[in-house]
Write a protein of this length. Structure first.
Lengths: 462, 315
């Protein structure tokens, strides 16, 4: 019995080896993914003449994928899609809307299919747009930009974020792969009544902000609503501090791989030390790594804390609950200087290389970002990337604050890139590292070293 | 896989040997047998073996999922050994085995032993259904519910504070020292019902005379359990161990919903890393390499567990 079993297992081993050898041969013969030459495919298409006449395009079904799931942008997208279909009855728009993280994980698969959507919202930076361009999945929009005048209506600071070299390796230069509809910045929401009762001015510098934090803490008020269980808020709070301690030149060098800057440099180290200090002093509350982001926003809206560090996209959530009791500010490196903060524009509306109706797709994108598009966007409570001349929210509302800060930041060259643009894996590295830093698991030095190691291996691989 | 492939042959061997004509007859029957197995084998090949082959193939490349790939050789595998985060992930799943397998089986054995003493319990089937319920509920629902329980102002902390244990209250899933055990305890809660149902069914198969004999010999609860129940349940324990260990090693949804691998990387697990690398960070080759290693580890451990299977037992 025993002998026979052994004989059998020996045969099995032989069979398995044969199978493995066969597989390996198959492996050596072909590699996953398209072969290297096809990646320029998207570049050739725009060589032909472009047409702006949608009515003549015949019956067209246009599929678009967006991430506008929050109430403000969802309403404006619905309204604009409906208006476009009314204007051009021959076009049917099929909308697929997913949350940001769901879109991020499914868009790659959708784009590489043989029948991708026509228009998609692509996230800026190397991990997403860069990878799509490298694989030849997006279509350059430069010729449409000329026809529709995007190249003059958008400031170059915003256009450049959507540019990539055609091999996808260099960001902010080369072809234009999309235009964005919304503007967004990360800043500090404050509870006006509480700030007043503490006798504090609206903070405009990091020093002023820290004074307010200390005062709130000593008077028994939770200084900042911060819940980092979802991992993403860590990027924003670190970014706001880093913008003030490292300055715009250094942050831009780090994220855009401009050379000569390291995550272990003094500015970033100071930011890490500052954030760690806030956690140690209890400014961030207790148990923040186990609290959800939504809970933190809800706590702030309910008046349980003085500040909330978050993006302009939260205004539509806060405004209905707090009315005029909520304000928004962005920090400057020093008093008297223009504010400096993370932000830029919403995801870019891009055209896919395999779209059968590029002209209709471009006309649709233009419909979203032209004067009327921006107006509809603002009407639904969003911050338009290009605020129209007549757009002025009622004084004293958070929307008015946001518009002021957006103008100050975007017009005075104060926009800093989101830190997770840095490398394809940087979102994971940074979010995990911030959790470890604030929980006291990583020293500020080790925190910098961890980020730098991710950065260095990316620089090597490029 | 090793389990299902191994067991039928073992059983057949036992059935054939007494009939006296072993070798030749078996050969003939086997070929015909393969013919019957062909449809199943075809399905298996298309949906399991070919994808498995592709998995191994992709693991040998650096690939972002969309553009051209480059040959990586075994570097994706050596990276697993080098990357402390990935190594930690595999260690975390070993810890989870404790919570998903060892703890539930021990608790379920104790509970089963007690229920056998209570000769006639009213509404046994209701209790059994209730305790089995976690197995039926979708994992996402379970994870969401437990996230609410563990939240800083959740049910657990509120209860602790209510009885004056403020010092113990903490953000269970956000604390570096409690996150992994907290996730593990959800697993314990999940698996205990499965184990209990298996064991109660197993005890029902143990001949009543054995218990009678034990009683006549004056055995107490503990003695009876060790001498009769435990040996009688060897087969069920093996099955429970196999199922729960696999559940522990391939845990994904629980961590995905509850912690995203955090805080830091305190609850990162291989299966979560596979998803994260394949769909999040564009490291498809590395993701496949982790999946291959994970599959190999699961196969190895389940193979070792089948060695515990009693020879005479067919279950």
């Amino acid at each position: 019995m025993i002998e026979r079993t052994q004989g059998r297992s020996a045969r099995r081993v032989v069979a398995a080896t044969a199978l493995a050898t066969g597989l390996l041969t198959a492996v050596a013969a072909c590699s996953p993914g398209p072969s290297g030459t096809s990646s320029a495919g998207g570049a050739n298409k725009t060589a032909g003449p472009v047409s702006t006449d949608v009515a003549k395009a015949g019956k067209v079904t246009l599929t678009e994928w967006d991430q506008n799931t929050d109430p403000g942008t969802d309403a404006s997208t619905e309204a604009l899609n409906k208006a476009f279909m009314e204007k051009y009855p021959n076009v049917t728009i099929k909308r697929v809307s997913r949350s940001f993280s769901d879109l991020k994980t499914t868009l790659k698969l959708a784009l590489s299919s043989s029948n991708p959507p026509d228009v998609v919202q692509a996230n800026q930076g190397y991990p997403d747009m860069g990878a799509f361009v490298k694989a030849g999945l997006l279509q350059p929009e430069d010729s449409y930009a000329k026809v529709y005048g995007w190249d003059t209506s958008f400031p170059s600071q915003l256009l450049d974020l959507n540019r990539f070299s055609s091999d996808g390796k260099t960001w902010k230069t080369g072809n234009l792969y999309g235009v964005s509809q919304t503007g967004e910045i990360v800043g500090i929401y404050y509870n006006k009544a509480k700030l007043k009762s503490l006798g504090l001015p609206v903070p405009t510098t990091l020093a002023g902000f820290e004074t307010a934090l200390a005062k709130a803490k000593s008077s028994g008020l939770r200084p900042i609503s911060y819940g980092d269980a979802d991992k993403s808020p860590g990027i924003h709070i670190f970014g706001v501090v880093q913008a003030a301690t490292a300055g715009k030149a250094e942050v831009r060098k780090l994220v855009f791989d401009g050379g000569g800057a390291k995550w272990t440099d003094a500015g970033s180290l100071k930011a890490a030390t500052t954030l760690r200090g806030w956690a140690d002093k209890g400014y961030l509350g207790s148990g923040f790594n186990g609290e959800s982001k939504d809970q933190a926003v809800a706590d702030f809206a309910a008046g349980k804390s003085l500040f909330l560090v978050d993006g302009t996209w939260q205004a539509a959530v806060l405004e209905p609950k707090m009315k005029t009791n909520v304000g928004f500010t962005a920090l400057s490196p020093a008093a008297g200087q223009p504010p400096l903060t993370q932000g830029g524009e919403g995801l870019a509306w891009s055209m896919t290389a395999k779209s059968k109706h590029p002209d209709v797709a471009a006309a649709y994108i233009n419909f979203l970002v032209d004067g009327n598009g921006m107006k509809v966007l603002a009407d639904k409570g969003n911050l338009p990337a290009l605020p129209q001349a007549g757009y002025q929210p009622a004084a004293g509302t958070v929307d008015a604050d946001i518009l002021d800060e957006w103008k100050a930041v975007s017009e005075k060259d104060g926009l800093l890139p989101y830190l997770d643009y840095t490398t394809p894996t940087f979102y994971d590295t940074l979010t995990a590292a911030v959790q470890e830093l604030t929980a006291g698991q990583l020293s500020p030095q080790a925190f910098g070293a961890q980020l730098q190691s991710d950065y260095a291996s990316f620089q090597q691989s490029r | 896989m090793a389990v299902t492939a191994h067991r039928p042959t073992a059983r057949k061997r036992q059935a054939d040997t007494p009939s006296g004509r072993p070798a030749r007859r078996r050969g003939r029957v086997q070929w015909k047998g393969y013919l019957y197995a062909l449809p199943a084998l075809a399905v298996l090949t298309v949906f399991l073996l070919i994808p498995l082959g592709q998995l191994v193939q992709i693991s040998l490349f650096h690939w972002d999922g969309i553009s051209a790939s480059t040959w990586a050789g075994l570097s994706n595998y050596t990276e697993i050994a080098r990357d402390p985060r990935l190594r930690a992930g595999f260690l975390h799943s070993l810890v989870l085995i404790l919570f998903f397998s060892v703890l539930p089986i021990a608790l379920a054995l104790a509970l089963a032993a007690i229920t056998t003493r209570a000769a006639r319990l009213r509404g046994v089937s209701v209790f059994r259904a209730l305790i089995f319920l976690p197995q039926v509920v979708a994992m996402v629902v379970t994870a969401t519910a437990w996230t609410a329980i563990y939240a800083p102002d959740g049910v657990l902390n509120t209860a602790l504070r209510a009885i004056g244990l403020d010092a113990v209250a903490r953000p269970w899933l956000g604390d570096f020292s409690t996150a992994l055990p907290s996730v593990g305890l959800v697993g314990t809660w999940l698996e205990i019902g499965l184990c209990l149902v298996l064991f109660i069914a197993g005890i029902g198969q143990i001949p009543g005379e054995l218990y009678e004999a034990a009683k006549l010999d004056g055995a107490g609860l503990v003695r009876e359990f060790l001498a009769v129940t435990l040996p009688g349940l060897r087969g069920q324990i093996t099955v429970a161990l196999t199922l729960t260990v696999i559940a522990a090693l391939k845990t994904f949804d629980l961590v995905y919903v509850a912690t995203h691998g955090g805080p830091g990387n305190a609850t990162s697990l291989p299966a979560f890393e596979v998803y994260n690398r394949a769909f999040g960070t564009g490291q498809v080759g590395s993701a496949c390499a982790i999946a291959v290693v994970l599959t190999a580890v699961i196969l190895l451990i389940t193979f070792l567990i089948t060695k515990l299977q009693p020879e005479e037992d067919g279950t």
